[in-house]
Write a new protein. Structure first.
Length: 608
């Protein structure tokens, strides 16, 4: 919460709303009960009021260290439906009394709304009193401010005695509204002792930081303490804060920096000699080779998790394949590259055939020389020695929820290989090939536990066809489904060759004039097969039934999701506004005709 008593609400007549926050409010169960106020770094009241050259009288006769107070700018949204806009003057700082007191997000938003109404009303009453009377006892806002501080500190002390709450992280999201870079100081203080201090580079535009709470404090946080934020070297910063809160993530969320979630491994590529088996096929012969037991169990476990596997080995193809078949291993590997080519070239071919990025690849080889060559040529590929098998299976990037869909993922890609072979027989007539496939789509807003788990898996793994780049987990999806004015959908697809499974998730926030797509992920297995065209036709028709003007897609550029952007353009989306580099709003009019929707038969459509 913020001291909005002396600020003024920012108008939005000439601006467009800023895109959604870098933090997902659905992932947060509780946040700190904090109240950020305007303070001075060198305060020595009341003497400084008469002898400090920087003193500037505020409406309550205290010193104003911010120009225009703390303003609630509704163009920016984070924990609340506004951002706290501040013009820092020299010696200005934000400060809050702090402790273990936590509240749900819903309660904090309600408290903030009620407080802003009361405090601003009392400031207005005080202003009127000063005009009609010089009676100093009628400073209602000052009394309310003292009452608010007393109640806040009492709540903190009660929480220290009664709650076992432990924060996961301190979230800071700051929008620098000036075209200049500076550093922002963040401090935790108990008494006169600074227990934590760090500075953060603030670039023009949005800046997002997530600080693990165990880096700020060790043990229980002393009550009451203070948190302080101010620009370094008295920089005259102009900032909008949308997050400035200690938070407790949901039960399944881990303590982590949100922007540093590791990219999930989608494919493990194995060497063969002295890696999958003991010995060298060309020197020792197949009779003297032995499959490593830990490798066999790792291959089977990776397959259960839905992580694809392939081979990049310098060997004779037929002899190596024969040995793998003899030990019932050949079926686990897709697009096997067993030849004498450089392994970096083999990895590139595998990635091309699977249509997934090399940054989702792991390469396992006993040769340090070969691993270094791959690192040099393909730095995005993660490399490991076979001796590292046990620890890498426990790494978060190799973790995956085991579902019926994950167990079938390899089979789905094997079916896709048959499709590609058939597609080649149609030559350049790709549309005829798609018609021959007899494509079918099922779209639904009815979520069961299995569909939520699969959608969470998609959001964690998908890079190319990911609108926002957000990595919602199961808890995040469950919270998203509870949000008012938000509708979520999942889609599954199939054709005459087989079932693709559940391959898409979409979240739409219903607004006054438009339906806004905040999240959209589609599996790369259905890329360029016009399923997305048919799905957007469904969304557009549902939006039209609600009387909306069309669809808005909030696109946030990542290193990989330009593929989805090209699909949006092909479907008919047109660029509207760009908020900062990589964040663009795209619009699809309700009367827009989407091409190629006739290629996909709709077997089930959501009604809302």
């Amino acid at each position: 919460m913020f001291q909005l008593d002396f600020g003024q609400t920012k108008g939005n007549q000439s601006q467009t709303a800023i895109p959604s926050s870098g933090f997902d409010i659905a992932e947060i169960d509780f946040a700190s009960l904090s109240f950020w106020e305007e303070h001075c770094l060198e305060c020595a009241q009341p003497n400084c009021y008469s002898n400090c050259q920087l003193f500037s009288e505020r409406a309550d006769k205290n010193c104003a260290r911010f120009e225009n107070g703390i303003q609630d700018n509704h163009l920016y949204r984070g924990l609340f439906d506004f951002g706290a806009e501040i013009y820092f003057r020299p010696w200005g700082k934000l400060q809050t009394r702090f402790g273990n007191a936590v509240e749900s997000v819903e309660k904090l938003r309600r408290y903030s709304w009620i407080d802003s109404i009361i405090s601003r009303g009392l400031v207005a009453a005080d202003t009127l009193n000063q005009k009609v009377s010089d009676h100093r006892l009628l400073r209602l806002q000052r009394y309310y401010n003292r009452l608010r501080q007393t109640m806040h500190e009492r709540r903190i002390k009660q929480a220290y005695e009664k709650t076992n709450a432990h924060y996961d992280a301190f979230l800071m999201e700051a929008w620098n509204l000036r075209n200049e870079t500076f550093r922002l100081i963040f401090e935790a203080v108990y008494g006169e002792k600074v227990t934590f201090r760090d500075s953060f580079k603030i670039l023009p535009g949005r800046n997002v930081y997530s600080i693990p709470w165990n880096e700020i404090v060790t043990g229980n946080f002393s009550n009451p303490s203070r948190l302080i934020v101010h620009p370094e070297n008295d920089h005259k910063a102009h900032i909008v804060f949308t997050w400035l809160d200690a938070v407790c993530f949901g039960a399944q969320a881990q303590q982590k920096k949100i922007e540093d979630i590791p990219t999930k491994i989608k494919c493990v590529v194995w060497d063969l000699d002295d890696t999958v088996w003991e010995g060298i096929l060309g020197d020792d012969g197949p009779k003297n080779l032995k499959i490593r037991k830990n490798v066999l169990s790792a291959i089977q476990e990776l397959d259960r998790r839905g992580i694809l596997q392939s081979i990049a080995s310098k060997n004779d193809y037929h002899n190596a394949l024969s040995f793998l078949q003899k030990h019932s291993l050949a079926e686990y590997f897709l697009y096997k590259e067993i030849n004498w080519a450089p392994k970096s070239e083999s990895l590139q071919k595998i990635a091309h055939n699977l249509n997934i990025g090399l940054d989702t690849f792991a390469f396992i080889d006993d040769s340090a020389f070969e691993r270094e060559k791959v690192k040099h040529n393909l730095p995005q590929v993660r490399t490991y020695a076979p001796t590292e098998l046990e620890p890498i299976l426990e790494m978060p990037e190799f973790k995956a929820t085991i579902t019926e869909a994950s167990k079938k993922r390899r089979l789905l890609y094997q079916t896709e290989s048959k499709r590609k072979h058939k597609c080649n027989s149609f030559g350049s007539n790709y549309r005829e090939f798609l018609l021959d496939c007899q494509l079918k789509m099922h779209a639904s807003s009815d979520f069961k536990k299995a569909s939520m788990i699969r959608c969470a898996d998609l959001l964690q793994r998908t890079n190319q066809l990911n609108l926002s780049g957000r990595r919602l987990d199961l808890h995040g999806i469950q919270n998203l489904l509870k949000k008012p004015n938000t509708q979520c959908y999942w889609i599954s697809c199939g054709d005459r060759y087989g079932d693709y499974g559940l391959v898409g998730f979409c979240a739409i926030r219903q607004e006054k004039k438009h339906d806004r797509i905040t999240d959209l992920v589609l599996s790369c297995r259905i890329a360029q097969k016009k399923f997305e065209n048919r799905f957007f036709r469904i969304l557009k028709e549902l939006s039209g039934k609600r009387g909306k003007l069309g669809l808005i897609a909030d696109y946030t550029a990542t290193e990989r999701n330009h593929v989805l952007l090209e699909s949006l353009k092909e479907i008919g989306f047109e660029q509207q506004d760009s908020y900062e580099e990589g964040n663009v709003q795209w619009f699809l009019s309700a009367d827009k005709n989407i091409p190629d929707t006739d290629l996909v038969e709709l077997t089930h459509s959501p009604k809302n």
